[in-house]
Every structure is written in structure tokens, then in C-alpha cells.
Ligand binder design. Structure first.
Ligand SMILES: Nc1ncnc2c1ncn2[C@@H]1O[C@H](COP(=O)(O)OP(=O)(O)OP(=O)(O)O)[C@@H](O)[C@H]1O
Ligand SMILES: [Mg+2]
Length: 290
């Protein structure tokens, strides 16, 4: 985007500034719906009028592919940003969804841990990059900032990449698959969040837990929902994402499910999740204002 006009027009002076909310989608368990949620929650938030940046922080690059960014278009990526070779804003690409942008990833990212091994600020690379994005004058929306939400898609690991996401985030959003081993690994994840809060990011919180791939025909799914609600209480969002074949088909067309089939139950669930998240944000803001 270096040589082009900013994607989002500059705001006029005197408008209230609001920083974007940075939410990291994290769970070291693989295949639980992190990427699907990043893509479709991002799309749903944008559909409701938010301005959203998805940051693909997984070397697998599934969020980039799922949002229609083929590998040849990934001239620059989150790897270059974290290596300090390029500014985040210069790695932003548009998607087919209005108000939804992405910074794509490539396989290079899998070497990050070694490449940054001796760098003292290695855990803060993303946080600093997002902070510089916010400082950029020409890159703002009607709230005087370009993005109201930044969603970070993490890899299935608690490595330096995920630590960068947690150090940069205001809150963590945890997708949990409705399956027998759903809660396995959750305490490890919560422990890591605690460690990051103590050492790197005192403001970090758990935004919520989203149950994914719920299968109404399977008694086990309902049992998992009960168990997770009992263990995590109101941290669990009301909205449950059903298992839905349209959700799993959409990425092969490079489309979020909301563009592929807006009426399907998966799309409708992600729209409800987006409203719930916005509502939770309002509650958090008014609590902070008291
Ligand atoms: N609600 C759903 N209904 C049907 N299939 C789904 C649903 N959510 C996710 N899937 C499918 O499950 C698989 C895993 O989902 P996804 O890639 O989002 O998980 P992930 O946590 O990002 O995985 P990884 O840990 O490898 O990054 C994908 O094939 C995806 O299409
Ligand atoms: Mg993924």
C-alpha cells in the first residue's frame, strides 16, 4: 500500500479519539476455530459498521487464504513487520469485505523465534507496530482512528508469536471446540495469560470464550457446553457457533461465510457473536467510566 492513498480517509480535527480494541484469538489447541472466528467475526463486525484489521499471525496463513489473499499477493507480511523491516500500515491489504482489512502472513513467520532470539524487545514487536499504526495521522476513521477492532489470529502454540499477540492485546478471545477434550489445555492457556499479564501486559484480560462447532444431534456437545459454562461462568459468550458445512466450505472460495451464504446458521451465529462482543465492550467501557 506504500504508494497509494490511505485506505481510510483522514478525519477532521476535533473528533474524539478512541483507540482500537485489540483482541487476540488464541488457543494452543489446533483446529478449534481460531481462524474461522477471526475471518467471520471480523466480517460480521465490519458488516455492523466497525472498521476491522485482521492480523494473520499464523505461518499457515489460513486467515489470509480464507479472506481471498492468494500467496502471490503476499509481497509483504506480518513477518516483515515483526522483523522491523516494514511498518504495519504498509503491509495492509483490502479484502472483498468493505471496512475489513488484513495484514497477511507467510511461512517465513515460522522462523521468527530464532530470528529474534537475541532481541530484547522481541515480545513487544507487534505491540509497538500497532502503537505506531495508531500514531499515523492520515490513517483514521470517524473516531479519529482507522480501526475500531484489531483481531489477531494466533498459531496453535504458546510460542513467541502468541506471546507477541498477548503482549499487544487488550483481551483474549478463546475459541473452544465442543468436543470431549475441550477443556484440556485451557488451564495451561489461562496460566500463560496470567504470566503475560504479570510480566508483559498488566491490562490483559480474557474477553470471552466462544464455543464452536456445536452439533445439536450430539449429546456430547451439550455436555461440553454445560461443563465449560460451569468452569468459566459468564466468560462464556451466550452465542454458540454451530457446526455448519457452509462455514467449512467458504474458505475454499476465499470468502468469509457471510459473503458465501449470509442466511446459513453459521453466518447468523457470527453476526450474533459480533453484536454480543460490541455489547460486552460497551459494558466494559461504561464500567471503566464509573
Ligand atoms: N462452525 C464450523 N462448522 C464447520 N466447520 C468448521 C466450523 N468452524 C471451523 N470449522 C472447520 O474446522 C477446521 C478448523 O478450523 P480453523 O482453521 O478455524 O481452526 P484453527 O483453530 O484456526 O486451526 P489451527 O490451530 O490449525 O490454526 C477448518 O477446516 C474449518 O473449516
Ligand atoms: Mg488457524
Amino acid at each position: 500500500m506504500t504508494d497509494q492513498a490511505p485506505l481510510v480517509p483522514a478525519a477532521t480535527d476535533g473528533m474524539t479519539r478512541r483507540k482500537p480494541r485489540v483482541l487476540a484469538l488464541a488457543n494452543q489447541k489446533g483446529g478449534v476455530g481460531k481462524t474461522t472466528t477471526a475471518i467471520n467475526l471480523g466480517t460480521a463486525l465490519a458488516a455492523i459498521g466497525e472498521t476491522v484489521l485482521v492480523v494473520d499471525l499464523d505461518p499457515q496463513g489460513n486467515a489470509s487464504t480464507g479472506l481471498g489473499i492468494d500467496r502471490r499477493s503476499r509481497r509483504v507480511s506480518t513477518y516483515d513487520v515483526l522483523m522491523g523491516e516494514i511498518e504495519l500500515r504498509d503491509a495492509v491489504l483490502e479484502t472483498a469485505v468493505p471496512r475489513l482489512h488484513i495484514v497477511p502472513s507467510t511461512m517465513d513467520l515460522s522462523g521468527l523465534e530464532l530470528d529474534l532470539a537475541t532481541e530484547r524487545d522481541r515480545a513487544f514487536r507487534l505491540r509497538n507496530a500497532i502503537a505506531r499504526l495508531n500514531e499515523e495521522n492520515s490513517f483514521r476513521d470517524e473516531n479519529n482512528f482507522a480501526y475500531s477492532y484489531v483481531l489477531i489470529d494466533c498459531p496453535p502454540s504458546l510460542n513467541l508469536i502468541t506471546v507477541n499477540a498477548m503482549a499487544a492485546a487488550n483481551a483474549i478471545l478463546v475459541p473452544l471446540q465442543c468436543e470431549f477434550f475441550a477443556l484440556e489445555g485451557l488451564s495451561q492457556l489461562l496460566k500463560t495469560v496470567d504470566q503475560v499479564r504479570t510480566t508483559l501486559n498488566p491490562g490483559l484480560s480474557i474477553h470471552g470464550i466462544v464455543l464452536t462447532m456445536f452439533d445439536a444431534r450430539n449429546n456430547l456437545s451439550s455436555q461440553v457446553v454445560d461443563d465449560v459454562r460451569q468452569f468459566m461462568g459468564d466468560k462464556v459468550y451466550e452465542t454458540i457457533i454451530p457446526r455448519n458445512v457452509r462455514v467449512s466450505e467458504a474458505p475454499s472460495y476465499g470468502k468469509p461465510v457471510l459473503l458465501y451464504d449470509l442466511k446459513c446458521v453459521g453466518s447468523q451465529a457470527y453476526l450474533r457473536l459480533a453484536s454480543e462482543i460490541i455489547q460486552r465492550e460497551r459494558t466494559l467501557r461504561s464500567a471503566a467510566a464509573v
